[in-house]
Design a protein around this ligand. Sequence first.
Ligand SMILES: NC(=O)c1ccc[n+]([C@@H]2O[C@H](COP(=O)([O-])OP(=O)(O)OC[C@H]3O[C@@H](n4cnc5c(N)ncnc54)[C@H](O)[C@@H]3O)[C@@H](O)[C@H]2O)c1
Length: 359
Amino acid sequence: MAEQYILIQSAPLKAFAKSMLMGAGVAVDRAELVAQSLLEANLRGVDSHGVQLLNFYIEHMAMGCMNLTTNGRIVTESGGTMTYDADNGIGQVISDICCDHTIRLAKANGMALVSVRHSNHFGAAAFWSQKIARAGLIGMSFCNATPLVPPWQGKEPRFGTNPICMAMPGAPETGWLLDMATTTVAMGKIFKANFSGDPTIPAGWAFDSDGVPTTDTQKAVKGMPMPLGGYKGYGLALMVEILVGVLSGGSMSTEVGGVRIRTRPMSCGQAFIGIDVERFMPLDEFNARMDKLVGLAKDTPPAPGYTEVLVAGEPEWRSLRKRRVQGIPLSKGVWQQLGKTASLVKVTPPEVADIEYQG
Ligand SMILES: NC(=O)c1ccc[n+]([C@@H]2O[C@H](COP(=O)([O-])OP(=O)(O)OC[C@H]3O[C@@H](n4cnc5c(N)ncnc54)[C@H](O)[C@@H]3O)[C@@H](O)[C@H]2O)c1
């Protein structure tokens, strides 16, 4: 069964998202920030981390699970390091503040790591790495998330899809930008295969509920996503937990809640790193060396079945350029759910057109 889509331009989608957040009691400047972060994910083609998250955010807010007004507080600051207590604040608001601290500390010290506890979902990691990178630094961001993923050789979930992200100084809209979950695919892709009626999924995507690798979509839907590359992804997920959970003094592994768990605060952690490349070499020299490195990758003759070699970031930059002009396709299922959420906060969705779209 082919999924049906609607098309909406950036401005009305952002205005709709912002109105919903304000309807849930979020102050105007905070609503603007959250809406922008979600819109940018949609523009980059990362729809799993776009406006559809409002369905979960708004419910979480309505249940009183999030502190909508706090800025959090600095717990410790020393050299290029900081521990930050988010005080259960809005993930994007806290991340914005902590990226500013990362930039300040990295410029003063050459490098900075800000580790954050008791926070909430911050959307796509790229938004934050790019914010740090726009200040002329290498920007990195991490977070832990709802435990859905078993450790390798285990049969119960212990870790989130804990993303790892790195952006280049200036965050050019052509540059290398890696933003990846530490599972082979997000759970959303498995749900999508089920929704589309695909009986099987590729090997390496999921376990069944007993922790046995499966390609059966039905078993995978009831099962768990697989760590990226088996025990290596498990190792990376744990590395993220160390940076965001152990170091911050916050929640780890099964102590973390989730945007879909409406009865308690998420209490996830985040970490932000800034690296001042000027401490190593002039920025122009760094950029020239990066261009050379990317060129060496892209000059590789394509393997059979491919026409080119890409580098991380390219699929998303291409989507960004296209969607800025053509608008954003959203599945009708997501749009209808957003409409229901909007009615909870007394907001009317904008008019949209149905489109033919191969998602
Ligand atoms: N906030 C959270 O709790 C949370 C948790 C997990 C993931 N996320 C977000 O989910 C989003 C999606 O993550 P994902 O792992 O599904 O992304 P993905 O698998 O689509 O892409 C991962 C990376 O691979 C690169 N890539 C894709 N195709 C490529 C190719 N052919 N050649 C070279 N590089 C290529 C992409 O540019 C990207 O940097 C990210 O924005 C991430 O931050 C957030």
